[in-house]
Design a protein. Structure first.
Length: 112
């Protein structure tokens, strides 16, 4: 609860990083990290949510729905997203269909 209050007090515009991975026992997880600057230009980054991602198809639409739910739980608006960072998996890039995918036009190629 203290984190939600801090975010509500300090954060208007933010960046998100998300990732999906599987454990050694093949259990899938999804992670969402928020990054923002306070009014004093202090950099903040924290995990909004790390949750099991099982029993759901790993489509871009499902990923976007889960991220929307995570943001709603934290009382954050989609309009506050400035940058959305994820890997180049096709389902991850399709998850950037929040309201207007043209808001996230850039791709950074990751080294393998």
């Amino acid at each position: 609860m203290a984190i939600k209050a801090m975010i509500a007090r300090e954060c208007v515009h933010f960046s998100l990083t998300s990732d999906i991975w599987s454990s050694r026992t093949s259990e899938a997880y999804i992670l969402l990290i928020i990054h923002y600057l306070t009014d004093n230009f202090d950099m903040k980054a924290m995990t909004l949510r790390c949750a099991p991602f099982s029993n759901v198809r790993h489509t871009g639409i499902e990923i976007a729905n889960i991220i929307r739910n995570f943001l709603e739980d934290a009382n954050l608006c989609l309009s506050g997203i400035v940058v959305y960072v994820t890997d180049n998996a096709s389902n991850a890039t399709k998850s950037a269909i929040f309201e207007d995918s043209s808001r996230f036009p850039n791709t950074i190629e990751l080294a393998e």
